[in-house]
Design a protein around this ligand. Sequence first.
Ligand SMILES: [Fe+2]
Length: 291
Amino acid sequence: MLRVFRLAYVHFGCSDVSAMVHYYTEVMGLTLTEEAEGRAYLSTSFDHHNVVLSPSSAPGLKGFGLQLVPEISVRDALTALRNMGITGEMKADSLPAIPEIVRFTDLDGFEVDLFSQMEATAPGFRQQGIVPNKVGHLSLRVQDAKRSVEYYKQFGFVNTDWIESFFGFMTCNRDHHVLNFCTSDRKGMHHLAFELRDYSHLVRSMDSLSKHQIPVIWGPSRHGAGHNIATYHRDPEGNMIELFTDADVFIPELNMFEPRPWHETIPQRPRVWGTDECITRWGTGFEEALV
Ligand SMILES: [Fe+2]
């Protein structure tokens, strides 16, 4: 079976790449590692890129890259895709720092790259901007969340929680979720989330957004599924960006999350949540609905 272990990068098409580069460097605190053929590549600290920005007349999320576990080669992945009835295309040197990828289009039209190696440019953490730990998770609007959850199980993802039957959470490592899927009439990204170090970092990040006149549109509050403390804002092209900390850590061997004092049950296991109990555990009201 195919198996991936992390979400390494996301790719946005942009109407104004330079405005997006300014946001991802000066506001988010990522490092611009390379610009080539109109594209910009940005790193949170270690990889050559975790965010790719390219010019597009149809802005928004184009796709994302998932890294294969070491024992599965890119060529193995191509064969496995073929056996799964998915058409993949092998590409050499199509992205800087990644020698080979297999690219396929998923059920909802997102371009998914599978790869084994990415050169570690390792620019380190910047000294200015929000400077997240990493890209935490990617949330997608899809035609049918149940169908997407079953589809991504083929890549080694495990279903952790649900909100009712329309929002499914999946992980391929110990993070509560790496991908999640929201059934929606609209196609596109729901949000991209960056992990911060702790709650004080989250508060400082909101002060930083304020200095850049970027309003927080929801939060901070603690979610149910994942128990992350989250805030949301929009990047210059309207993509919703989550900043979070304190997310649940999954123990797949025990099918439970590492116990935390704020959990509703000990042990806390994957479950189905009601929408209202899941969106905020603090009972706080916000003007803008998240789902
Ligand atoms: Fe999220």
